[in-house]
Design a protein around this ligand. Structure first.
Ligand SMILES: *Cc1c(COP(=O)(O)O)cnc(C)c1O
Length: 350
């Protein structure tokens, strides 16, 4: 039986969490003189920011839970999902001792957060189709392997990772399995949040930065068992989600019915780009995508990158990533931006 307490670092189990003024008193009152705030008010005109925000973001979680089909106690909110990645590593990995696994090419923050915490990231390779082969795990999991990160749809390749491989890992690995679903709203398969009850070692990451169109707010989500979530709450900075972000997130959640429309438009544009790009002489291969970006192999990624830059168009050059020689990653833009990009690429000659 999986027990998160056997994974959590001993010092974290033993430590006492910071107790904020807002933790110690939660009821109704009319005079708050407990947190050294400025009770005269703040400089903001239409909204007051003089009070510390809710450390556990109850209102946001209450609105978010039914949209995601989970209970509020299964939600952790972070300053971007990048904060959740960092806290998960810190929760279970002993610096200078433990390891985490990821499958490359993939998102760079697993490696950065691991390094920052003096934790080794063992980067295994996805196969030629950027799929996860269980055989690649052979001999790679040790007693000090605490987390396996799986990015699905994967960045920068755009594909969903085979559900059967993920399920095998969930059933056979007794550390945390973190599935990063930053792009799941664009995908043709359901989120792994629907299977949280089956897998006590599962953590699903999502974000407001991509489909929700609110990268500047810095709001990420982690979904897991209430027990894992309460450990993340124990170690997070007390007021990690500021009041402006919480109130704008509530507004966005009230307009959640706009999300499918926007996703539909972006996916249509993506599908059109996937049809049009292969017709260009500079394009050698267009990889399938379940995300709002496309990995494209071109004749010479460095040249294409600099050529587009001169025309004021910025793409991401991924040629140095494993298995991505001469590949660039292109985010789906507005219809007009996609047209301009296609036109520029069509005019490219070496
Ligand atoms: C963009 C992205 C994120 C988002 O991170 P935030 O900190 O929430 O903005 C997370 N994971 C992957 C794979 C991404 O591409």
């Amino acid at each position: 039986m999986f027990d998160i307490k056997t994974l959590v670092r001993a010092n974290i189990l033993a430590m006492k969490a910071y107790s904020s003024a807002r933790d110690e008193f939660k009821g109704e009152a009319s005079i708050f003189v407990d947190a050294n705030e400025n009770n005269l008010g703040s400089l903001a005109k239409d909204q007051s920011f003089n009070r510390y925000p809710d450390p556990y973001q109850h209102k946001v979680k209450t609105k978010l839970a039914p949209i995601k089909g989970v209970k509020p106690e299964q939600i952790f909110l972070g300053n971007g999902s990048d904060e959740a990645i960092d806290l998960l590593i810190r929760l279970v990995c002993k610096p200078g001792h433990d390891e985490v696994l990821a499958f490359g090419p993939t998102y760079g923050m697993y490696d950065v957060s691991a390094n920052l915490n003096d934790v080794h990231l063992r980067q295994l390779r996805l196969d030629q189709d950027f799929q996860l082969q269980i055989a690649s795990l052979q001999g790679q999991i040790h007693a000090n392997t605490k987390i396996i990160f799986i990015c699905s749809p994967n960045n920068p390749t755009g594909n969903l990772i085979n559900a059967k491989s993920i399920e095998y890992i969930l059933r056979n690995f007794d550390g945390l399995v973190v599935i990063d679903e930053a792009y799941i709203d664009f995908a043709s398969e359901p989120s792994w949040t629907s299977r949280l009850a089956e897998f006590p070692n599962l953590v699903v990451l999502q974000t407001f930065s991509k489909a929700w169109g609110m990268a500047a707010l810095r709001l990420g989500m982690a979904f897991a068992s209430p027990e894992i979530i309460s450990f993340l709450n124990k170690i997070k900075p007390p007021y990690n989600i500021n009041e402006a972000t919480q109130s704008l997130a509530l507004e966005a959640l009230d307009n959640a019915n706009r999300l499918p429309e926007m996703v539909k438009e972006i996916n249509q544009s993506r599908n059109k780009l996937m049809e049009d790009l292969p017709k260009l002489p500079v394009v050698k291969k267009v990889y399938p995508s379940d995300a709002n970006f496309i990995l494209v192999e071109v004749t010479d990624a460095d040249k294409v990158y600099h050529y587009l830059l001169e025309k004021g168009i910025v793409i991401r050059n991924r040629t140095t990533q494993p298995g991505c020689h001469n590949c660039v990653r292109i985010s789906v833009g507005t219809r007009a931006e996609n047209e301009a990009l296609l036109e520029a690429l069509n005019a490219f000659s070496e």
